[in-house]
Design a protein around this ligand. Structure first.
Ligand code: SF4
Length: 372
């Protein structure tokens, strides 16, 4: 049986060397497909025999992407195009992208890599009657396009099996999210990120086993709370230097409202006889997200609930530079946090950052302020 360090090492290695992890999948004879942000029903691709791999950009200098993308485009998609120009994603048999924001809407046209790209749309207004039908229609088209690429039909049974694999994985990640804040001595912000991130670069079945074993081992330990908890919110908080900075300044991550972390884990739906309807309802019945129309902005209430549940000392707004979707929510969240007297800071999580002095000063000041 693996011990905590063995498991954490595997998750760290996978999350920190995604290319190597994907090469291993391919060397083992499996086929991979790319999944861009966010809420793509990747279960359909998994049912077709592909290992879905997350395409959420990466650190690194932008040299050529600005010849394709406008300079004000978010740094995730800038980095995706930079990687595409280097041919990094050409190992994918196809890539799926959803049209959840204006930048993503253009990706089907902008992306010129070797892998065919399949663009789908989600209904932004999830509460109207036709939203489930709309999503189901889009997902059926996705199914058909994947069938054409693989050259054979995907059965309902295959999709149900894939749904089960993903449901188990989401359940394990929710379990981890619920308990990990009690073990701040071992679950540093970087390790916590790696637990979620590694799932995008391995078979979800294997990932579930690792996460459940990790949770079992954590629960055998005594809870430790020697630092200040923060709740992270945003699209992605994938900058190792900033996460290390938080830990150095005595913070741990108590919970998150990050799209590619708990945003992935929190998707679930009641059972359905039709697997495509099940997947459609997972979107229409999902928790409040910055990607969907929500006149009541329950996202702010969810963040406040997480602060109260975990006893966190504050909130870190992890902002992806130039992401208008997230920026629109910010004033509403800030207003509610002020009303609740919850301290917060906003840190840029751009993937091309080289100068961290501003972030460091803000985090140090936030830490000192919370001690007063
Ligand atoms: S970070 Fe924002 S702008 Fe960029 S793809 Fe995501 S939602 Fe769209």
């Amino acid at each position: 049986m693996k011990n905590i360090n063995d498991i954490i090492n595997i998750l760290n290695e996978t999350a920190q060397n995604p290319k190597k992890a994907v090469d291993v999948i391919i060397e083992n004879g499996e086929k991979v497909c790319g999944i861009m942000p966010a809420f793509v029903p990747e279960e359909i691709a998994y049912a077709a025999g592909y290992i879905p791999v997350g395409i959420w950009g990466s650190d690194g200098e932008i040299k050529n992407a600005q010849s394709v993308m406008p300079p004000f485009c978010c740094s995730i998609m800038m980095s995706v195009i930079e990687n595409q120009l280097k041919g990094i994603y050409d190992v994918c048999d196809f890539i799926v992208v959803s049209s959840l924001c204006d930048t993503l809407k253009c990706m089907g046209q902008k992306y010129k890599g070797k892998s065919p790209i399949i663009q789908i749309s989600h209904p932004h207004n999830r509460s109207i009657e036709n939203a489930v039908d709309f999503a189901a229609e889009e997902y059926s088209i996705l199914r058909e396009k994947i069938e054409n690429i693989r050259g054979s039909k995907i059965t309902d049974r295959d999709i149900f099996n894939a749904i089960e694999v993903y449901n188990e994985n989401r359940k394990a990640l929710r379990r981890f999210g619920e308990i990990s804040y009690k073990y701040s001595d071992i679950i540093t912000p970087v390790i916590r990120r790696n637990v979620f991130k590694s799932g995008y670069f391995m078979d979800r079945k294997n990932h579930t086993e690792l996460i459940n074993s990790l949770c079992d081992l954590l629960e055998e330990r005594e809870a430790v709370s020697d630092k200040k908890g923060v709740v992270l919110t945003g699209i992605i908080a994938d900058d190792r230097k900033i996460l290390d900075m938080l830990y150095r300044n005595d913070f741990y991550v108590a919970a998150d409202d990050i799209v590619n972390e708990s945003g992935f884990a929190n998707c679930h739906a009641p059972d359905e006889k039709d697997p495509i309807i099940f997947l459609a309802k997972m979107w229409t019945g999902g928790k409040s997200t910055l990607f969907a129309y929500d006149p009541f902005k329950k996202r702010a209430e969810h963040i406040i609930d997480e602060v109260k549940r975990t006893g966190a000392a504050g909130v870190v707004f992890c902002y992806m530079p130039f992401c208008d979707v997230d920026a629109f929510d910010e004033p509403i969240i800030v207003k509610r946090l002020k009303e609740e007297n919850i301290p917060f800071i906003k840190i840029d999580f751009g993937m091309q950052d080289t100068n961290y002095s501003r972030a460091e000063t803000k985090i140090e000041a936030f830490s000192e302020m919370l001690e007063l």
